[in-house]
Write a protein of this length. Structure first.
Length: 305
């Protein structure tokens, strides 16, 4: 053991091991080999004089001492990172590799715009953007932030609300010609495109005066992909929901029309979920600000207070 920096490297490796629950997964997240990760774990155990993990070919688990260390390791590394930045004269410039996870629909739009804005401002920064509509295990993924829509259910994550997005009902003129005029009473009788889990079953509609109605939707087509849902709407498969930023151009061109123009679905929250800890690399802070700027310019977006 040469110096305190080596100890911090061992702690950071141990955090990846503990959060991923696997030496091989930790090695992939750290872009190194499993023998290297195993060697670092043994070195940390020798340094602390206790067993931190029980491992064999079939199982891996932390000991009581390992779980205790994992609970405090984030705080220890955060304190050192914060101190080193203050001693260097404040917040460092964004650098290194930023790993972001986001939803596919948003990712091909303003999320990618925010990433390219960030790279234009900080050419030394590298970015890895992963798009998925599934719930994410942020710790196991190795990403530093997750842009997510709707409720963040993991209480272990730090959640920063960017704002709320309006959603409207839309359909093609061809579909509306076949169905005839759509009213609140007739909406349950008209085919709709379901977006799991946001637009299925019963949905709440709200008018300008804040009055709400619960309406049951018939969704013969359902998908968990925003892009697939929007494509099905454009294919006249049913009435569907979209945020104004997504359908604005198609409405302007006449490819889509607003359905029930005096009613909106409940606005949906957009959040950035972060791993626990006080320290945030400058690249993460810069990305969140770039995302806020892009989203503030979107039609139908309501910034968080």
């Amino acid at each position: 053991m040469k110096n305190a920096h080596d100890r911090l490297d061992l702690l950071q490796t141990f955090i990846r091991i503990g959060e991923s629950g696997s030496l091989s997964k930790a090695a992939r997240l750290l872009d190194t080999t499993q023998p290297t990760v195993s060697r670092r774990l043994l070195e940390l155990e020798r340094l602390l004089g206790c067993k931190l993990a029980i491992r064999n070919t079939a199982n891996f688990s932390l000991t009581d001492e390992g779980r205790s260390l994992l609970a405090e390791a984030h705080d220890l590394t955060d304190r050192w990172s914060g101190l080193s930045q203050r001693l260097r004269g404040g917040q460092s410039r964004p650098e290194g590799t930023l790993r972001v996870i986001g939803p596919s629909g948003y990712g091909t739009g303003f999320l990618t715009d925010a990433v390219t804005d960030l790279r234009a401002a900080h050419p030394q920064l590298r970015v890895e953007l992963t798009l998925t509509d599934r719930v994410v295990d942020l710790a196991a993924s190795g990403a530093e932030c997750w842009v997510c829509v709707g409720e963040v259910r993991d209480p272990g994550l730090v959640c920063r609300t960017v704002g709320r997005m309006e959603r409207v009902l839309i359909a093609t003129p061809e579909l509306l010609e076949r169905t005839g005029p759509v009213t609140l009473a007739r909406l349950p009788q008209v085919p709709c495109v379901g977006l799991i889990p946001y637009v299925t079953g019963n949905v709440r509609l709200i008018d300008r005066r804040g009055r709400s109605r619960i309406v049951a939707l018939d969704t013969p087509i359902r998908t968990d992909s925003l892009l697939a849902s929007y494509r099905a709407i454009l294919n006249s498969a049913g009435i569907g929901a979209a945020a104004p930023w997504m359908c604005h151009e198609d409405m302007q061109a006449g490819r889509l029309k607003r359905v029930l123009p005096n009613w909106w679905l409940e606005p949906i929250g957009v959040h950035v979920a972060l791993p626990p800890g006080l320290y945030r690399p400058a690249r993460v802070t810069a990305f969140v600000e770039a995302l806020r700027r892009r989203m503030h310019a979107l039609p139908g977006f309501r910034p968080a207070d």
